[in-house]
Design a protein around this ligand. Sequence first.
Ligand code: BES
Ligand code: MN
Ligand code: ZN
Length: 487
Amino acid sequence: MPLHIRFSETESVCNNQIIVLSSESPTEYLGLGAEELIYIKQQREKQKKDWIAINRYNGWLILVFVKAADDASKRMESCRRVAFQVLGHLNGNGEQSVCLQGFDVAESDILSFAEGMALGNYQFIKYRKDAGEKKNSLEELLIKPNVVSASKLEHLKVSVEATLWARDLVNEPLNQLNATDLANAISEKLRGVGAKAEVFNKKKIESLKMGGLLSVNLGSIDPPTFTIMEWKPENALNKQPIVLVGKGVVYDTGGMSLKPSNSMDTMKCDMSGSATVSAALFAVAKLRMPLHIIALVPATDNRVNGNAYVPGDIITMFDGTTVEVLNTDAEGRLILADALSYAKKFNPMMVVNFATLTGAASRAIGSQGIVAMQVKAEAYYSNLNDAGKLVYERLAEFPMWEEYKDQLKSEIADLKNIGGAEAGMITAGKFLEYFTDYPFIHLDIAGPAFLDKRDNYRSQGGTGVGVRLMISFFAALAEKERKDQKR
Ligand code: BES
Ligand code: MN
Ligand code: ZN
């Protein structure tokens, strides 16, 4: 199931082979038979196929033709997508192992191809009796050394591992993963890579007076948690840490402002932000990146019971701000506000927030990208936007004009927790902004975090969106800082 990727050795047996070629490459030099060459020509020209499988009886020879494109982002994405098609062919034929090599293509093409296969091979079938039969057959991807560097391959493997872990966390339902389970799962995973994780329990959260998190938790029979992760290597290149914040609503019923049942079906996904930031921190630590990174995860479920918070309640947040709650289903911003205020104590270089925050974000751009907003973070935002293109987790920026915050005015408290009917993703962003005083990027992943049906290598259910985005952003940042400091 997790595809094991490694370099092939000279003595590796490669019955199944994939060769990634540029679509202009001549095929005469590949040592193919005359009939094979005719077949390839026919398939490419008449059938318009960009990948061709030749049955050599002792295994498959698969040729993949990558079209030249000026746009690196599109080209890499087409490699991931065609890889998923090829993966389907190999799994369909019960193959267990395949070798990958490139001819006349860029290193990033091969890496993207491997990435598409590895992400596409993911399954979440552990609760099925027939998991054994359902399991994809492909287990191993051997890459020819010399087509990709060892460090790039390691980066790829870790970013796939982190993404698939995030998918697992999202796919676990509430009865398997409550706030405490989430905190434990994070702590255990991070211990494995030498990063720190500290978990505040309910008592500690009460003593800190995190009123947003505690109010949302009132309707729950399970206690809340607040998890602080940290990766701080000796050779960190940034003096002030980057803080990530992730929404950890392990289930969102809407609370007293109850959701209709069909909108509730997939609400185990409401901790996707927490999965993203935890997995990003895991990857940074596993790759031992020279960056100081902190991640904060406030977690609880949002449910109804006798003591649940109700519309009209006025609550006092961690920073002392009072909020008039007019909709208990706008709970994410309440728990995030406490985390964002808490983040101030780290004097962060910037803060990036991930949350399945609003249906409005999802309605605006669907699952094809991330709704993004930024405050005082233009330069970082531009780098994040570039990273988004490379990993094909694209950002769509929405304005943070000050007029939107008028919608959050309350007569009887400092703020209310909902705006009007329009621009819901922006009023949610403005609510969060109120609790920040540092460069801030808010990413609303309500659209892409969870898919009702598979989209190529993005599996059905949790997608782990944002993990590859942050890893790619951090890698570029570390590289840039290293160059700047050499000067
Ligand atoms: N978790 C939801 C947002 C959501 C919707 C995530 C669809 C994923 C898919 C969030 O807590 C919520 O309920 N938001 C409300 C806010 C409203 C009450 C202001 C919404 O968007 O309807
Ligand atoms: Mn909600
Ligand atoms: Zn929610």
